[in-house]
Design a protein around this ligand. Sequence first.
Ligand SMILES: *Cc1c(COP(=O)(O)O)cnc(C)c1O
Length: 326
Amino acid sequence: MYRLGGEDTYGRPHNATWRDLESALGSLDGGECVLFPSGMAAISALFRVLLSTGDTLVLPSDGYFLTRRLASTYSVVEVPTAGPYPSFDGVRLVLLESPSNPGLNVCDIASLAAEAHAAGALVAVDNTTATPLGQRPLELGADIVVASDTKAVAGHSDVVLGHVSVVDASLAERLRDERTLSGAIPGPFEAWLAHRGLGTLDLRLARQAQNAAALYEAMSGKVSGLRWPGAPEDPAYLLAAQQMRRFNGVLTFELPSVAAVDRFLAASELVAAATSFGGLHSSLDRRAQWGDPVPEGLCRFSAGCEDPADLVADVLRALSHALGSD
Ligand SMILES: *Cc1c(COP(=O)(O)O)cnc(C)c1O
């Protein structure tokens, strides 16, 4: 629609397709959503709006690696997601990530938010792994949700996008202003694709979680460090079951070596080597290749929407090749 005046006068500050997606994600998150061109753009805009040089920021030591790199100009306290957490006195922002990527540990968002608020700190949760259908951090007491919609939300491994959702309308306004002034704006077509992807998020998560459960059972005892918060045997299960609305398809495990991971990928017909996750197709990412401080053979596995029996058979065959010899 061509309009002079009104809202959509120019494409950098306003776009109708962004608003459609922001309205959908905001209502799922239970806050006001501001869209950004990537998850990192969302996180960096949040830091620029909230933090000044020298401010103290609490970050997960086992969470998304680039967030820690980005924060290196602030005073950062790194804490493992599973805790123990230090006092939040003097802290400006506590950024939690639950389940953490790639460790898949979980923290008690409600109780940490209460402690942080008592100390005067703001609380943000990176909700990428959980998705807005899997967890509602604002309802649990967080002030801010940040997320990469590149993963399960868009869901087809063909979009890079992110968002921030907040309770405080004035913070939303400052984030929108930051987006307009920085000029780093999301592409309307990416927003349209993610909006279309959102329509099947529920179905995709259901199949991905079903596949993750089947793989967890099939791989138990065959690989070390197998983690999936949706499994009752997982150390994060009780807390995850209490604060999450549903589980997803992301697992981690460790193979003995880089060569074993290479053999797994060469032998599998269904699992792609890819660093994104939450897409239609199963994928595996050896995180250490990107500089994550994790064991060389640590794999983050994203279960896709394949037929469960096909996927389990393929993964077991690939595993036997991977573990065959070194
Ligand atoms: C991928 C990811 C990001 C960064 O998102 P991009 O869209 O790739 O910029 C941030 N946090 C987590 C937990 C992620 O998995």
